[in-house]
Design a protein around this ligand. Sequence first.
Ligand code: ATP
Length: 201
Amino acid sequence: MNLVIGLTGGIGSGKTAATNYFEQLGITVVDADLVSRLVVEPGMEALKEIASHFGEDILDADGALNRTALRKIVFDKPEERKWLESLLHPLIAQEIHRQLEASQSPYTILVSPILFESGQNLYCQKSLVIDAPENLQVSRTSVRDSTDEAGVKAIMKVQLSREDRCAKADDVILNDGDLESLHIKIDSIHAKYLKLAEKNV
Ligand code: ATP
């Protein structure tokens, strides 16, 4: 497998803005969030198991997983949560590995909002945090999702603190300017990763 860089950051820090640009530079991005949705899409074995365990009510009218209903069920039932995690975690890990293996770019980015919390950083040789001051996390997310400040802050509270996340990272990009300045910072780290990738093979 080629060099894998884990990319993470708090809500509204700019993970998507960053990975969009890495893709423009020709780098394959594997998205752990997308993978966790993929494994429970209609037709997938895991969705059938979930429906037979929790009942058909867990599905929408169109047969898709009602994630909100599932989240409510497992919220205060550690046994059910455990059952669900033991079903999904190996499938998610397997699919992430499959996508990482399939990557043809000089190095590959694995983006995950819970890179460190989930242990997905263990699939990566290096980690990169996209960090932003809290006021920018709030204002950017509010504009994007039309959520209010309290909603964004509630999510920030359950995520790793900026300090803890940055302390775990090999590299940190402070996304406190415009998009152009983010791209310039990424250009320089991209050059560094390309050099590292050359040594890796
Ligand atoms: P989430 O974890 O909530 O999915 P994220 O970390 O992926 O968020 P983005 O979606 O990339 O964050 O950024 C949040 C919003 O801020 C988006 O609308 C994005 O276009 C905008 N944004 C990100 N970085 C910048 C920047 N440097 N300048 C201007 N806007 C930015």
